[in-house]
Design a binder for this molecule. Sequence first.
Ligand SMILES: Nc1nc2c(ncn2[C@@H]2O[C@H](COP(=O)(O)OP(=O)(O)OP(=O)(O)O)[C@@H](O)[C@H]2O)c(=O)[nH]1
Ligand SMILES: [Mg+2]
Length: 361
Amino acid sequence: PRRHIAEDGAKGGPDNMSGRGAKDLVVKVPPGTLVYDADSGQLLGDLVEAGQRLLVAKGGRGGRGNQHFATSRRQAPRIAEKGEPAQEANLRLELKLIADVGIVGLPNAGKSSLLAAVTNANPKIADYPFTTLEPNLGVVEMDPDTTMVLADIPGLVEGAHMGIGLGDAFLRHIQRTRVLVHMLDGTAEDPLADFTQINSELALFDTKLEKKPQVVAFNKMDMPDAQERWPSVKEELEKHGYQPMAVSALTRDNLQPLLWKAYELLKTAPEPEPVVEEMPVYRPEANANAFKIERTDNGGYRLRGEAIERAAAMTYWEEPATVVRFQRILETLGIDSALRKAGIQEGDTVYIGDNELEWTD
Ligand SMILES: Nc1nc2c(ncn2[C@@H]2O[C@H](COP(=O)(O)OP(=O)(O)OP(=O)(O)O)[C@@H](O)[C@H]2O)c(=O)[nH]1
Ligand SMILES: [Mg+2]
């Protein structure tokens, strides 16, 4: 986890100077990022489009200057507030990449080679498993009016749905593609077994993935091994209702027809379901003035509550005037009487946030 900390609001000053409010801290995330409250698991928002913003924690308001505390009796009050501390939130970010077409297949099938051959993307390509460690995106322009976004989705190995080889992270990306190009390594011992394995990983992760429209691309047709296997693989796949295409990412043979086939499916494929129908933007606390009194092990009292904890954080305890003001807040919120009801005695300790106070009558 990484911490991002915005400034607190600045303190208020004399001569009616209000403190500066804290500047917004903007954390940039790529489109397709889901934002969850890490503690409750609640989904706070789904940042789909470029430029979309989500407020997850407010920065601190600046402290009010002394003039704010003037009354008819006290014309020049000594109190000024400390800046308000910024809200805190633990967030979990999940990236669901958004592409029209996801290229899936076992390691070494030629996914990255396909992406590199047809788009401007420049993914790593090598002949050992797991060359590609994160999905790559590329835009393919079939003609000036027809473009698609392709994603090379690596890491689909056996057990991917259980998180083996980071597979579940990759599977999540597939949820937000509309059509799959399923690449088979034509030189593999048993391309059909590979095909079944990938499909079962998809289904085990999310049954909706299995139903995504698939174009099967039998790759490496430039190799004699692949040419030899092709007729039987084709026949078997056709029996199951697929229309596989033999291609070579290396020689680029048949890649254009493959893309048009994917495009055809794309036009009729359903939009991927949004993860949340409504987009909650910010949820205010139920009742900021609510408070709770807990007994501590050492016989003290701990006060919990948004408003009171904030007021405590904004009090200068060495300034009697601000302490008096805090005392008034205790009374206004009914905390004072609740503490008395709870049996608080002179000299008892009251904890609020990081503050430790002594109760005096
Ligand atoms: N002969 C031949 N080799 C190919 C073809 N396509 C890919 N290759 C080779 O196969 C190997 C794997 O290709 P990649 O594109 O890296 O495969 P990948 O599916 O992205 O693999 P991972 O990233 O590990 O999942 C590389 O050595 C490629 O050069 C093809 O059409 N013909
Ligand atoms: Mg790759």
